[in-house]
Ligand binder design. Structure first.
Ligand SMILES: [Zn+2]
Length: 298
């Protein structure tokens, strides 16, 4: 089934629930970037979180960027997710593998190490809202929950899961529960939510058991006025790079640099960080850029 995002409310609008399945898009990222097991889990969790965070924004062009910078072996990662359901991202050292932790789980926390989490919310007309917090564990879910509580003052629970098998990503997805301002003082409601979440031992076992997002919502908050919101949204790995953008970027290098590229390399190669797409420009195309630059200069 295609990856999708589903929204609901509970407790008469006091609780916002969003769930997303990301199995396919995390597998696309794994293949594009040649990610190790642990890098797949790290980037998969962050891409899942990006889509969940973007889901509450209002303007259609809204995007969220999540950057994690750590001192661990995979270095860090960057994710760009939109309210439109598109997400892309990369890991600094995609092929580094580390041993699983004592529970046999992929040790994302150790792979990331100590460092910082940066979140940028861009509604599409300048002045993006950005915030930085120290990493709590490097496991991504904990770090973003901490960010939401401290920087955005929204008590939230974020559950993220990516299960990678020998043939690739078996299941991936996540869940975001947020207590809205109108219910923020409702201690009983918050206690009930905390208890339910404590019982939840992870998200991937639910998906592996074949449960759908509506079934998971029902089990979690079905007895406190769950109302599914209409319209499941498709989500996918998608990058905005293109040959034209690559050529525009090359043009910025200027005539001298472009002439050098023709002489030395007989062309240029550019790789998009976000999706690992490789673009090639031959001497003729570079010559075309030089002519455009010269025409602009006169
Ligand atoms: Zn790209």
């Amino acid at each position: 089934m295609a990856d999708q995002l589903i929204r609901a409310i509970a407790a008469e609008g006091g609780i916002r629930v969003v769930g997303v399945t990301t199995t396919r898009l995390v597998e696309v990222a794994r293949q594009r970037h040649g990610l190790s097991y642990v890098a797949t889990a790290a980037l998969g969790r962050a891409m899942t979180a990006g889509l969940l965070l973007a889901s509450s924004m209002k303007k259609p062009q809204s995007r969220v960027n999540i950057r994690v910078k750590g001192d661990g072996p995979i270095g860090g990662l960057l994710v760009d997710a939109g309210l439109d359901g598109t997400v892309r991202g990369y890991v600094e050292k995609p092929d580094v593998e580390i041993a699983p932790n004592a529970d046999g789980k992929l040790d994302v926390g150790s792979a990331i190490g100590d460092g910082y989490l940066y979140v940028v919310r861009d509604v599409g007309y300048g002045y993006p809202y950005s915030s930085t917090v120290e990493l709590v564990s490097g496991e991504i879910g904990d770090d973003l929950t901490h960010y939401l509580a401290t920087s955005e003052q929204t008590p939230s629970a974020l559950v993220l899961g990516v299960f990678v098998g020998a043939d690739g990503v078996e299941v991936a997805g996540g869940l975001l529960l947020q207590v809205m301002p109108k219910a923020a003082r409702d201690e009983l409601l918050i206690t009930v939510l905390e208890e339910r979440l404590a019982e939840l031992t992870g998200f991937t076992p639910l998906l592996q058991a074949g449960k759908t997002l509506p079934q998971i919502f029902e089990e979690l908050v079905g007895d406190i006025g769950l109302e599914m919101l209409p319209g499941a949204q498709m989500v996918q790995f998608s990058c905005r790079c293109s040959r034209d953008r690559m050529l525009s970027a090359l043009k910025l290098l200027g005539t001298d640099e472009l002439t050098d590229m023709i002489k030395v390399d007989e062309g240029a190669e550019a790789i998009c960080h976000f999706c690992n797409e490789k673009y090639l420009a031959d001497s003729e195309q570079l010559q075309g850029l030089i002519q455009e630059l010269e025409a602009q200069a006169t």
